[in-house]
Design a protein around this ligand. Structure first.
Ligand code: ATP
Ligand code: MG
Length: 400
């Protein structure tokens, strides 16, 4: 006997009454997309869970990919058998014996198919007795068992599962609309992107690049971070904005101390223009309250004033240490700490105003004509598509 299926239990989406169908369809599409490299599998979704027929594909790798897909609460390997008592007993015994270090178990039967002749209360002890008879040193504990053997009797067949693997939780990416992520090469913004995706948001990324002050390697780093993020959902477009000329002018003409605020406001303005072109309805940043001069309440007030779009700031209340923990867990940290400069650190005065006055910023800005720089920059945005597929495993690679 072998495990021939994977069962996927939905996360929070099971609570969402009328959106349920849309959520399940999106999750189905996301799972199919992430598992493209397993051509033999079949995915089937129903109202309360999803099943993958393995058809011989590697379950370990599939489970670890699925553990990154948002909207999944938990997963289990499963055996599918006929609705027949002897087959169910044999599969239950297999599912128990497959797990190590199990001293206590409990059987849970769900009988959605009321035509099955034995009801769940009767079936529980029958299976339990069978498992006890055929194992040693294992007892039943209905309150805190080491392992729960689940028997799910459906219309056409029965699924038997035991161990559960934790899913990533959240909502399926694509069910909460799209957002434009301001992605630097730092630690924070990739984590912000991850958390937005976890809430079902599809990401477009924008990166402000100031060659020759920021290097090609700095841009590569942003693309590598995007690649990592894409593994949690979907292909991501990175809009690379050539920011040098505008930054230089701001640096030259805005009084010392206010240039950082004006630069940030321009980043916001440009982001809103791009978002609106793309039909994206919000902007996401990696800001965290009080972390640096641009992230004080006064700075955020002055910077936020240039946009009417909602700005998602998933990290706003988080400590750096918690942000780093997530960055490590999701695999962006080691990329983020590569030592390349960001455009924001290059032209920034050594002592930027931590409490900029919005009126003053607006006055200084009104004295400065950035129209040409803006037009030029908008004409020269480079869009790079980052695929979420694992290139090394792409069979086409061998052909070239
Ligand atoms: P991060 O680690 O994300 O760079 P940070 O703590 O270094 O954040 P800042 O440099 O002040 O903070 O940037 C605040 C936010 O502004 C970033 O989280 C990011 O969303 C955005 N940002 C900064 N630099 C850039 C850039 N070059 N391109 C796009 N967005 C940027
Ligand atoms: Mg930064």
């Amino acid at each position: 006997m072998i495990y021939d299926h994977i069962l996927i239990r939905y996360g929070e989406l099971s609570l969402k009454g009328k959106n349920r169908k849309e959520f399940i369809n999106q999750l189905h599409e996301n799972v199919r997309n992430q598992l493209k490299k397993f051509p033999l599998i079949k995915i089937h979704s129903s109202r309360d869970r999803m099943s993958i027929t393995l058809n011989g594909e590697n379950p370990t790798e599939i489970i670890s990919i699925c553990q990154r897909i948002f909207g999944i609460q938990s997963l289990s390997l499963a055996i599918k058998v006929e609705n027949d008592l002897e087959s169910i007993k044999a599969a239950a015994l297999f599912a128990l014996k497959e797990e190590e270090n199990v001293h206590t178990f409990k059987v849970s039967v769900r009988r959605a198919n009321k035509d099955f002749p034995i009801n769940s209360q009767e079936l529980n002890p029958i299976i339990g007795a069978h498992l006890l008879r055929n194992t040693e040193n294992i007892t039943v504990d209905v309150h805190q068992p080491d392992l729960e053997v689940n028997i799910d009797i459906r219309k056409a067949h029965t699924f038997i599962t035991s161990a559960r693997y934790l899913g990533a939780g959240g909502l399926p990416v694509g069910t909460s609309g799209r957002s434009l992520l301001l992605l630097s090469g730092g630690i924070d913004s990739p984590v912000a992107g991850y958390l937005a995706m976890r809430r079902g948001v599809k990401i477009e990324a924008i990166h402000f690049h100031s060659p020759p002050y920021t290097s090609e390697a700095a841009k590569e780093k942003v693309l590598d971070l995007t690649k990592k993020l894409s593994e949690y959902g979907h292909d991501i477009n990175v809009h690379v904005v050539p920011f040098t000329a505008m930054q230089q002018k701001i640096h030259r003409e805005i009084p010392y101390g206010y240039s950082m605020t004006v630069m940030r406001r321009m980043m916001m303005k440009i982001s809103q223009i791009i978002a609106s072109r793309l039909g994206v309805l919000s902007i996401t940043t990696g800001e965290s309250l009080g972390q640096v001069a641009s992230q004080t309440m006064e700075s955020m007030h002055a910077i936020n004033a240039v946009t009417s779009y909602p700005v998602l700031r998933p990290l706003i209340t988080m400590d750096k240490s918690s942000i780093i923990k997530i960055a490590e867990k999701i695999g962006t940290y080691s990329i983020s700490i590569r030592p390349f400069d960001d455009c924001c650190t290059i032209f920034v005065p050594s002592a930027p105003k931590t409490k900029p006055k919005k009126d003053k910023v607006e006055y200084y800005e009104s004295q400065l004509d950035l129209k040409n720089e803006l037009a030029e920059l908008l004409d020269n945005i480079e869009v790079i598509n980052i695929s979420n597929q694992d290139q090394e495993n792409d069979p086409l690679n061998d052909l070239f």
